[in-house]
Design a protein around this ligand. Structure first.
Ligand code: FEO
Length: 392
């Protein structure tokens, strides 16, 4: 690994985690990730912006060494999660007198997580400007991206914004600067969907705040740095907006083919009505793909067989994710099958309490679908068409 200069006297000293495939023991990382830490040099002293995951401590300290900084005076800690804050204690031990610049909420979290002391901190307020060397650092509080303590730091001279998780992407790449391509945009969308989507309304407010400052560089703490942030800002505006697309997603599972038959039929009917539709077989679906699909879709249909009178456990998991991710879907429906009795609809509705949706008529069928069941699915497709015509 090697430290890299981002702009004059500001170095990337983070770590690339090429092999990591799971985050928080939950989120798939098909393309690995990175933990970006930045070091701002002033003569032979320096200020760090976040640290890295403790698993990458060695590389991190090697990178700091390469910048030939003799003393780290400060660490700005934007966020207390360990992939960024996990090496703070090591920095304090290696550079006695170093202080952690952060807000009150983050300070308290770090005291609990890392067993630090009050004297280790320099507490800042929203809007405060801090001077280190010849640079000013302006702090912009941006809570809930994605924890309550999160904030951003703006360097007016460079028009550079450090955003920690905000605008990040889980992408291990040797490229320092974000490419303007579809693959990268998809990585940022996946990251938004998995981490930021539940806080869509907070982000709407943060984006409004950012309109007041001129930004040339966005330096997040995961993935490449944005030299021209217009594309990512435009994408975020679209994702967090209240606008939905003419899209239906159908997370589904089927044990003996009955629910599968219903899903296939509904997919055909929606396609005939020129509605974009994607079924997601839950056994084969990466939850990041499902989360991404929820960013834009107007309608979600959950399709499950009945297991022990309730929804299939895979569907319970998918419904729980849909609920906690709080997507902006406008319409939701349940379809499925049962052998002798079912409380599946009630079970799923109890899970979906966060969704502010108009419910579509449930289609539950006994055993294998008959002609009258397909008619109900036709009616469901027609209702979805009518709804989507309202949102176009
Ligand atoms: Fe990348 Fe919330 O930590």
């Amino acid at each position: 690994m090697t430290a890299r200069e981002v702009v004059k006297d500001i170095y990337w000293v983070g770590a690339i985690d090429w092999d990591r495939r799971l985050f928080d023991e939950l989120i798939p990382l098909p393309d690995g990730t990175s933990y970006n830490s930045y070091l701002v040099k002033h003569q032979d002293e320096a200020l760090l912006v976040d640290t890295v995951d403790p698993a990458k401590k060695e590389e991190f300290f090697q990178n700091i060494k390469e910048t030939k900084s003799k003393n780290i005076k400060y660490i700005i800690a934007h966020h207390a999660e360990q992939d960024h804050a996990g090496c703070i204690k090591d920095v304090l031990q290696n550079f006695p007198g170093c202080q952690v610049i952060t807000n009150n909420k983050c300070k308290n979290l770090l005291i609990d997580e890392l067993h630090l002391e009050e004297k280790n901190f320099f507490e800042i307020q929203d809007g405060e400007i801090f001077q280190f060397g010849n640079r000013k650092y302006q702090f912009i509080f941006a809570p809930w991206v994605h924890w309550p303590e999160t904030f951003l730091t703006y360097l007016p001279e460079e028009q550079m914004l450090f955003t920690c998780d905000f605008f990040g992407s889980h992408l291990a790449t040797s490229t320092l600067w974000a490419p303007d391509d579809a693959f990268f945009l998809r990585a940022t969308k996946r990251y938004y969907a998995e981490i930021m989507m539940p806080f869509r309304q907070n982000i709407q407010n943060h984006l409004k705040k950012l309109k007041d400052i001129s930004i040339k560089i966005i330096a997040p703490s995961h993935g490449p740095i944005y030299q021209d942030p217009e594309t990512i800002l435009r994408a975020y505006h679209e994702w967090v907006s209240d606008e939905v697309k003419n899209e239906v997603i159908i997370p589904y599972i089927s044990m003996h083919g009955s629910t599968q038959k219903m899903v296939s039929y509904l997919v055909e009917q929606l396609m005939k009505r020129n509605i974009k539709v994607t079924p997601y077989h839950l056994i084969n679906t990466d939850i990041g793909e499902l989360a991404m699909a929820l960013v834009d879709a107007a309608t979600v249909i959950l399709a499950s067989p009945t297991v022990l009178t309730g929804p299939h456990p895979q569907m319970v998991y998918a419904a729980y994710l849909c609920n906690v991710l709080k997507p902006k879907v406008k319409y939701a429906g349940i379809i499925g099958s049962f052998g002798w009795g079912s409380m599946m609809e009630e079970g799923l509705l109890k899970i979906l309490t966060n969704l502010k949706v108009e419910l579509l008529p449930t289609v539950m069928i006994k055993s294998y679908p008959r002609e009258e069941d397909f008619i109900k699915l036709d009616q469901l497709a027609e209702q979805i068409l009518i709804n989507h015509q309202k949102i176009k």
